[in-house]
Design a protein around this ligand. Structure first.
Ligand code: VG1
Ligand code: CO
Length: 592
């Protein structure tokens, strides 16, 4: 093949957000739009990461992915990349890409040093919906801010991109296609999307004990992939490896438009699962399963449900952390031997959460005598800590949970972690005795550690100017705690005092980099918190996120309905921020 430079001019707004560049498909389809971003990424990498390198290119299978993969293959060849690895049909979940970078060895013994992941995650897909792209580094994690800033700078000055005159490559069949170019051979290797990931999961969890649980008639299970890429893994893992019934899988055929739905695993969008689990307005006569879970489009998020019971993501990560050593071989002496166990006992900080996540894990960490880190929103901030051995279990309130087995959050891992805990707690109960349920585990956790009532209000697609003004107003307001407390007590006299307010700023303890403006926090005397921040994953307008949290230590008061318990704080948050006045919205788009 021949390589040529194609002249181009910059597009505005190609700044990667919390997790890559996400825009409407129509925006991505403009001539040179994707090409500019890909070339800007190549130009931001050191030459060894491009010339002669092996790159993974795949994603959640959303509309426009197949075209994008062909474009990127040609540009990779044009930029001197030696090999491109593609999951069959272009499918790889975000956690699987991370696993492939870290673990996979190619047919010719090669290893990958990076990946383009094609996904807009939980955003809808289809010709009128969203597409997205992000670059992951050789540790398997999202490019850090230093790189994404450079990519953005490059997009503002780009004049040319390189591409090769290759034919389209068949990505439906497993195998290697080779081409000869000016620098020698270029290969495209298409491989099974699931096997590397399945192998990794089997090395972390005790599949035999999970299989006993899943095959017990006492335990019923269902999993909803919301037509995202998780479907490509669910059948292999839950049905073929662990013996769940095929009928326990819902929406597990990946679709380009996610069946027209919103592939976001929460109580609003995972309607079918929510009904099947006996939550919401279902009045079905059928007894719900004991356990249900869902994933987002790229399978890095998870929602965990028990029978008629919702587990908040903040509780979920705390419970996994509190039970990990006992229930999951990876965290006990099992897998990595004494070294890992020793680290677990001695490391000063193994748990990490993003700032808006509830302080629940903080309390577990204190109980286990471990410190923990609080990072800004977005998984890219966990990577450095993990690489330095300072973080092994981490989570975000946004249905993201994971560990240092890879450098992305991992939806199926979270489900396997919960199944492991259930299997462990029910070791003796599967034959006779009463099943310890998801709800039992959560209520026991609250009894031991107290409960963090938690809710998030999202105001989606708000006018960007109005959202900025609201944030600016809150920044200004926080400088005078006296004024804040006057407003607070004027709204609800039963809410405690604000003792601290700030704009969250993070200094990475490993590379010293500083991330500013990561959300405005109001901290109350009784441990309650309000956090306001702007989303970095939307594709249109602005999304305001409001996080509301209240800690209850008294075991007799941990069983309340969370919206009831939080009502006073919600009123304070809305009043303090003048939410309706700024946004014109009397209610949020989504409550989770
Ligand atoms: C949201 C979540 C954040 C998560 C990010 C990517 O970001 O709040 O916790 O890491 O999505 O998740 P934001 O900036 O919109 O609040 V995913 O599953 O979209 O890769
Ligand atoms: Co996702």
């Amino acid at each position: 093949f021949n390589v040529s430079g194609v002249e181009t001019t910059p597009f505005d707004g190609q700044k990667p957000g919390t997790s890559g560049l996400r825009k409407k498909v129509k925006v991505f389809k403009q001539p040179n739009y994707l090409e500019n971003f890909v070339q800007s990424t190549f130009n931001a990498l050191t030459p060894q990461k491009v010339r002669g390198a092996t790159l993974v290119v795949s994603g959640d299978g959303r509309y426009f992915s197949k075209d994008a993969i062909q474009i990127i293959i040609k540009m990779a060849a044009g930029n001197g990349v030696r090999r491109v690895w593609v999951g069959q049909n272009g499918l790889l979940s975000t956690p699987a890409v991370s696993a492939v970078i870290r673990e996979r060895v190619g047919v010719d013994g090669s290893r990958a040093t990076g990946a383009f992941i094609l996904t807009a995650s939980h955003n809808p897909g289809g010709p009128n919906e969203d597409f997205g792209i992000k670059y992951n580094m050789e540790n398997g994690g999202p490019a850090p801010e230093g790189i994404t800033d450079e990519i953005y700078e490059n997009t503002k000055a780009i004049k040319e991109y390189l591409t090769a005159d290759l034919p389209d490559v068949d990505i439906t069949a497993i195998g290697v296609t080779s081409f000869g170019g000016p620098d020698g051979q270029f290969d495209v290797e298409v491989f099974d999307s699931a096997s590397d990931y399945v192998k990794l999961m089997k090395s972390i969890f005790d599949f035999e004990s999970i299989q006993k649980l899943l095959s017990s008639p006492k335990f019923t299970f269902c999993y909803d992939a919301l037509h995202g890429v998780a479907g490509a893994y669910a059948k292999r893992i839950f049905v073929e490896e662990l013996g769940a019934q095929e009928s326990s899988l819902m929406n597990c055929v990946p679709k380009e438009d996610f069946g027209g739905g919103h592939p976001d695993p929460n109580l609003t969008y995972a309607k079918e699962l929510v009904a099947r689990m006996g939550l919401g307005k279902s009045n079905s006569e059928v007894e719900p399963p004991e356990f249900g879970a869902a994933a987002d489009g790229d399978a890095d998020r998870n929602m965990i449900l028990g029978k008629r019971f919702f587990v908040t993501p903040s509780d979920s990560v705390s419970i996994i952390a509190a039970n990990a050593v006992e229930a999951i071989p990876y965290f006990s002496a099992g897998l990595k031997g004494v070294a890992r166990f020793y680290t677990f006992l001695c490391s000063p900080s193994l748990f990490c959460v993003s700032m808006p996540t509830s302080s629940g894990l903080d309390i577990v960490a204190k109980n286990l005598n471990l410190k923990f880190f609080e990072v800004p929103t977005g998984w890219k901030f966990f990577g450095n800590l993990m690489d330095a051995g300072l973080c092994s279990i981490c989570g975000e309130e946004s249905f993201g949970t994971g560990s240092d087995h890879i450098r992305e959050k991992d939806g199926i891992w979270a489900v396997l972690a919960w199944l492991s805990i259930l299997a462990f707690k029910n070791k003796e109960n599967l034959g006779g005795g009463e099943l310890v349920t998801v709800e039992d585990i959560v209520r026991n956790h609250w009894a031991t550690y107290g409960r963090h009532y938690y809710t998030r209000y999202d105001y989606e697609n708000v006018d960007a100017g109005a959202a900025k003004e609201l944030m600016a107003y809150l920044v200004k307001l926080q400088s005078s705690l006296g004024e804040v407390n006057e407003i607070v007590s004027g709204i609800r006299s039963d809410v405690s005092k604000v003792v601290h307010a700030d704009e969250f700023e993070y200094k990475d303890p490993i590379d010293g980099s500083i991330s500013k403006h990561q959300g405005i926090r109001y901290l109350f005397e009784d441990g309650s918190r309000l956090v306001f921040r702007l989303s970095g994953t939307g594709s249109e307008g602005a999304t305001i996120r409001l996080y509301i949290e209240q800690y209850e230590k008294d075991p007799s008061k941990t069983g309340r309905d969370s919206q009831d318990a939080l009502a006073p704080l919600v009123a304070v948050a809305l009043g303090l921020s003048k939410m309706q006045e700024f946004t014109g919205r009397s209610a949020p788009t989504v409550i989770t």
